[in-house]
Design a protein around this ligand. Structure first.
Ligand code: FES
Length: 89
């Protein structure tokens, strides 16, 4: 887990972030389920992974879409299994 200190306060950042599009197209095509599954998954992960919902990224034709940071990894038409496997690596 990264830690950044600014003055006396501690600003902590996660090892990875999964950004899940839950916009209208992605949400209907699995984005909302992905978000819920990932939130459960990270509770038991040894890594510090944060899961965030994002709005439409204008890639609706490829829905559902998500991205993992670091690495700028973008997934289109994913399955939950694919995303969780990548998060685990
Ligand atoms: S709703 Fe996800 S890219 Fe548009």
């Amino acid at each position: 887990m990264g830690k950044y200190f600014l003055g006396m306060s501690k600003f902590t950042v996660p090892d990875k972030v999964l950004f899940v599009c839950t916009g209208s197209k992605c949400g209907k095509r699995g984005g909302k389920d992905m978000y819920k599954a990932a939130k459960k998954f990270v509770k038991y992960s040894p890594q510090n992974i944060e899961v965030l919902r994002i709005e439409c990224t204008d890639r609706c034709d490829y829905a559902p879409v998500c991205t993992i940071s670091p690495g700028n990894i973008w997934l289109k038409e994913y399955t939950e299994k694919e995303v969780l496997k990548l998060l685990n690596s």
